[in-house]
Design a protein around this ligand. Structure first.
Ligand code: SAM
Length: 397
């Protein structure tokens, strides 16, 4: 059954598993997704959606397939006003969060939106939620009714990752409170770089690398396991630490909303929040909600695509899901992407540390934009992603 939200957005129920090839387990390898589906794993947007906007070249008449995650990565795409977004996540709670963010955006002005989501203080979030409740699907409403603390504390920072970052921020503040506050004051990259020269002390490296260790992340982050396909010989802790250092040598700390979360567990410099939260783009995105159709689907990405017709999309924003997939399941996802792509559709995919190669069948059907890939990998504020960006050469194209 499909239910229309106001202004043309639609919520679809979970897709049934269509065949063993497309079942959740088959696609997601050993990740027990059911274990993660009762809670929000990611509530903010930890990526830099400016990368997706540059890569996908959306606009009027474009249809785009987008992984939901915290919902922000879907809302940010509205900046370019595509005709339709199909937002997909294997975890239904991520989609409930997107519903909540959409309903709130329709109902609230910018200031009240920031307060409701938790960027700014508010005492009446549950009251606001009661007004939004009729605009949610029954499943989303039931979820937030059963978890009022998520709304009361400000849903934007209630994901497992964001709550893990509260502890990270506490630890880093115990070790280097003055240093961190100074780091986030710089508005000149040359001065920040100079300041960083003294940062790489043994104690600091020890703390940073401990927090980024595979074993530590496995135990405390509650992430399903982005490290599963990172070869064991890659020292996760050193890579994360070094990539953060490279980023900070070339970009202002305060301009990264992810680093704000890492060091403060909240947004301390509002001009650098995700696009949909910025005053300059909030109204534009709110307007786009009136015309862009948003269809929300709970299913593994390949299964969601398998249900759709050939030639459905002009763009694919698949986040870093490839890092969570086995080789074979990445192949199945690429098969479905190629089948459902319109002529000259664009693909934007992220890989953690490295992007796995395209399956041999597809290598010659993606015209990759290596220059753009390199630029995005260097500038993207998520810091740890390598990009695969290109134009899809479909059989029809
Ligand atoms: C891969 S995670 C990473 C978070 C992301 N980097 C961010 O900033 O939000 C993003 C989302 O992908 C979803 N996901 C992972 N594998 C999936 C799959 N095969 N199909 C659909 N969604 C998937 C997870 O449930 C999660 O909500």
């Amino acid at each position: 059954m499909q239910r229309d939200l106001a202004n043309q957005s639609a919520i679809l129920p979970s897709l049934p598993a269509r065949s063993p090839k497309h079942s959740t387990e088959a696609e997601a390898g050993a990740i027990p997704w059911k274990k993660f589906s009762g809670r929000i794993s990611y509530s903010s947007c930890n990526e830099d959606s400016r990368s997706e906007l540059k890569a996908l070249r959306l606009g009027a008449g474009k249809r785009v397939f987008c992984i939901t995650a915290g919902g922000g990565r879907v809302l940010n795409l509205l900046y370019d006003r595509p005709q339709e977004i199909v937002a997909v996540d294997v975890n239904p709670t991520q989609n409930y969060l997107l519903e909540l963010k959409i309903a709130a955006m329709r109902a609230l002005n910018h200031e009240r939106y920031l307060a409701f989501l938790g960027v700014r203080p508010a005492r009446d979030r549950l009251k606001v939620y009661q007004n939004l409740r009729p605009d949610l699907s029954s499943a989303a409403g039931a979820f937030f009714d059963a978890h009022p603390q998520v709304v009361r504390r400000g849903a934007l920072f209630q994901g497992s990752l964001e709550r893990f970052l509260v502890h990270v921020a506490r630890v880093t503040h115990v070790v280097r409170p003055i240093w961190i506050n100074r780091l986030f004051k710089f508005d000149d990259i040359a001065k920040q770089r100079h300041f960083l020269e003294g940062w790489n002390t043994r104690a600091w490296r020890f703390v940073g690398e401990t927090l980024c260790r595979r074993s530590f992340l496995e135990m405390f982050s509650r992430d399903p396991g982005f490290w599963r396909f990172v070869p064991p010989e890659v020292p996760l802790h050193k890579r994360i630490f070094d990539l953060m250092h490279r980023y900070l040598c070339n970009h202002l700390a305060r301009d990264s909303h992810l680093l704000q979360l890492v060091f403060f567990a909240r947004y301390v410099y509002e001009p650098a929040m995700p696009i949909y939260l910025l005053p300059g783009s909030f109204e534009r995105i709110r307007e786009a909600l009136k015309t862009t159709q948003i269809t929300i689907v709970t299913a593994p990405a390949a299964a969601a695509l398998a249900d759709l017709a050939d030639g459905s999309f002009d763009g694919y924003s698949i986040a870093d899901v490839s890092s969570y997939l086995s080789e074979a399941d990445f192949g199945t996802l690429m098969d479905e992407i190629m089948r459902t792509a319109r002529a000259d559709a664009r693909l934007c995919s992220r890989g953690i540390f490295a992007h796995r190669p395209l399956p041999p069948d597809h290598v010659h059907h993606v015209r990759r934009d290596h220059n753009l890939e390199r630029r995005l990998s260097f500038d993207d504020l998520a810091m740890v992603h390598e990009f695969l960006v290109g134009t899809l050469q479909t059989r029809s194209g």
